[in-house]
Every structure is written in structure tokens, then in C-alpha cells.
Design a protein around this ligand. Structure first.
Ligand SMILES: [Zn+2]
Length: 117
């Protein structure tokens, strides 16, 4: 399952960036997932729990918060940014087709909350 390796990557990133005493206090991991990132939030949550149960007991009180990021495109004709609905990649202002994606493909850790001491 591809989500398992994504979750492992999240923990690896946190382990590389946070000192050990902060790792032990992680309460919430916030993840930004673009609608084009090819990630199912429910599968991500399941993978998160499975990896903690089997490999990362130190994070057992942590939760994963997924923020879905909408798809936005930049218009090659009028230069405006607009949202994409129903995978219709056309400018919301002048209807020109665009494949210049400005958001919606991200998969990144946007924040970590630690427990208060
Ligand atoms: Zn336009």
C-alpha cells in the first residue's frame, strides 16, 4: 500500500528535523494533501494508525490532521488564477484551457503540534 510508505516518510522527516525530546511530545501532525496528490485521506489515516501500532509506538498519542488543498490553475491567456471544479482545467475568467497547476499536487507536513508540559 502506497500510503504506508508515505507515512513512513512523514515519520522519517520528523525524526530528522525534531530533537528527541520534541518527538516524544508530538500531539498532532498536520498534512496538506492536494486533490491531485493521488492520496486517499482515509487510507492515509489507516496507514498512519498501522505504522504507529507496528513500528512507531513513540507516536501513539499523535493524530494526523489532513487538510485537502484544492486545485488551482494559472491562465496562460489572462494571467489570473482560478479554482478547478470537476477536473475542468479551464480559466474561470476567460475559459482558456490551462494545464499550469499552481496548487493541488502538494503532499507536505504543514505543521506539528507538541503537547504542553
Ligand atoms: Zn483566463
Amino acid at each position: 500500500m502506497h500510503e504506508i510508505s508515505l507515512v513512513r516518510n512523514i515519520f522519517r522527516t520528523l525524526e530528522a528535523q525534531l530533537p528527541a525530546e520534541e518527538l516524544a511530545q508530538v500531539q498532532k501532525i498536520k498534512l496538506q494533501v492536494g486533490l491531485l496528490a493521488n492520496v486517499e485521506p482515509i487510507l492515509m489515516q489507516n496507514a498512519f494508525e498501522a505504522v504507529i501500532a507496528t513500528e512507531q509506538p513513540g507516536f501513539k498519542s499523535a493524530i494526523l490532521e489532513i487538510e485537502l488543498v484544492p486545485i488551482r490553475i494559472l491562465c496562460p491567456s489572462c494571467g489570473q488564477e482560478s479554482g478547478v471544479e470537476n477536473y475542468r482545467f479551464r480559466c474561470g475568467f476567460c475559459d482558456t484551457p490551462s494545464n499550469e497547476i499552481v496548487s493541488g499536487t502538494e503532499l507536505l507536513i504543514s505543521g506539528v503540534e507538541l503537547r504542553e508540559n
